[in-house]
Design a protein around this ligand. Structure first.
Ligand SMILES: [Zn+2]
Length: 201
């Protein structure tokens, strides 16, 4: 093989890498408008955190389901918290995971677009072990600080779809979360919610 060819072939992997990197960073432009780029932007941020219980039997089973599908179709979450407190991330914070389904919270109707989804390894009936709750609080500390999500904006899947979902379920320690500054804890003096408070998802 001529020396020039041998030299050129050595550079092919580097050239491919440069081309792939360039493609990965190319902005997605709308062809019907003239591109006049501004440097003043960043990634869109979630504004709410939705807590779930996996209602399955193990982390291994849930990691598989959250990377494939359940009986209703493909599903995922940003994080999974093991019963032993191990933290797993499955989807980047800036991407839209598929965990909420139909529902609403305040004026938000597309919860998947607005939220970070956290699954808790729990069969739907067992108590949540302290190690798991402490790991969740560590994750909430990180997310609310880093993504600037209000600490009260931590809700249950059942909150956004009260007629369709019940997770993370009656065993979940909302009062412990409220003591740490997360979510909302009702004041008995406020009485019952007004009629029509739940819109029936
Ligand atoms: Zn759920």
């Amino acid at each position: 093989m001529p020396l020039q060819w041998a030299m050129a072939i050595r550079w092919i992997p580097a050239l491919i890498c440069v081309l792939l990197c360039a493609c990965a960073q190319a902005p997605v432009r709308n062809p019907i408008a003239q591109w006049e780029p501004s440097p003043n932007h960043d990634a869109r941020r979630a504004t709410i955190i939705v807590l779930h219980a996996t209602e399955q039997d193990s982390v291994a089973q849930s990691l598989h389901t959250l990377s494939t599908r359940n009986s209703g179709g493909p599903v995922s979450s940003h994080y999974l918290v093991g019963a032993d407190g191990a933290l797993y991330q499955l989807v980047e914070d800036s991407r839209r995971a598929w965990h909420a389904g139909g529902g609403s919270w305040g004026t938000i109707d597309d919860l998947n677009s607005a939220s970070i989804g956290i699954e808790l390894d729990n069969d739907g009936a067992a108590p949540f072990p302290p190690a798991q709750v402490e790991a969740l609080l560590r994750l909430l500390d990180d997310l609310c600080l880093r993504l600037r999500i209000p600490r009260h904006a931590v809700i249950a899947h059942a909150d956004l779809a009260p007629t369709r979902k019940r997770d993370p379920g009656p065993q979940f320690p909302w009062q412990r979360l409220a003591e740490a500054g997360y979510g909302l804890w009702p004041d008995p003096a406020d009485g019952e919610p007004p009629p029509g408070f739940d819109r029936g998802w």
